[in-house]
Design a binder for this molecule. Sequence first.
Ligand code: ZN
Length: 326
Amino acid sequence: MDERWLVGVDVGGTSIKIAFINLVGDIIHSWEIATDKREKGRYIPIDIARSIDKKLNELDQAKSKLIGIGAPGPVNVQDGSIEVAVNLGWRNFPLQDILERETSLPVVVDNDANIAAIGEMWRGAGKGAKNLICVTLGTGVGGGIIVNGEIVHGVNGAGGEIGHITAVPKNGALCNCGKTGCLETVASATGIARLALEELTSTNKLGKLMDSYTMHQTVTSKLVFDAANEGDETAKQVIDQVVFYLGLALANLANGLNPEKIVVGGGVSKAGHTLLKPLKEQFAQFTFSRVAQGVELVIATLGNDAGVVGGAWLAKERLMNKLQVR
Ligand code: ZN
């Protein structure tokens, strides 16, 4: 008997990750294609369908797969359409319909941060936890909340948008969402770089961070963590601010949800201990004692694979049940 495969797809602004994954979540084959954003992203689902077909042919595999796909932006889970994904050019885009038509395979769609959270729950740092918060610190801040093993979508698909929790209630920086003071403005890679630049220009303090700023003429979140590791005071102060805002936001979320795990992922989480240690301290300060007893803060382990793994899980859970009913 041939092994059943699932297809996990993770649509990003520059590339689309696709993987064939077995029923226990092992990646069998994975590859990437470029995101074609011409004509408001209309070619994206066609490109995905063709790429899957081509790979199945190469591997001499029958076409009896299920597809779970994650896309940026709020998703209408009823019909798998995307209301708006600014960086792809999509607006009221019927992703599920088009992809089902192009592949003749069943498709389930969810938000990219949500499927990353599901991936970490299934095979990553959240393994075994049914109540989990996942926060992705990348160019922006993404989030996924899982309660009793189910993704929290909320009433219109915006559940789990942790990046837009108000972290700075007064005089906060403007966020891409149009609001000010969002967690994204202070805890994303971009936000951390902005805080660092503010700190450098206001204090003018010499040290490692100032040196690398002078050398590169720019400051990045990675340079901040590197400088902090070398004992730079300015960098440490920036990280203190970041973990204060992030710790407060995560603690308040935890106080409302009583999760078992909080998984911190994304490029910024590569700082590892330099981020996690002070974050745990701030988090502890704001967390209700009974909530604190039950929760563990961990760094994500799946990296860029979290999305495709989560997509495959979604295909398994949602579509296999549906097919059995038929
Ligand atoms: Zn925002």
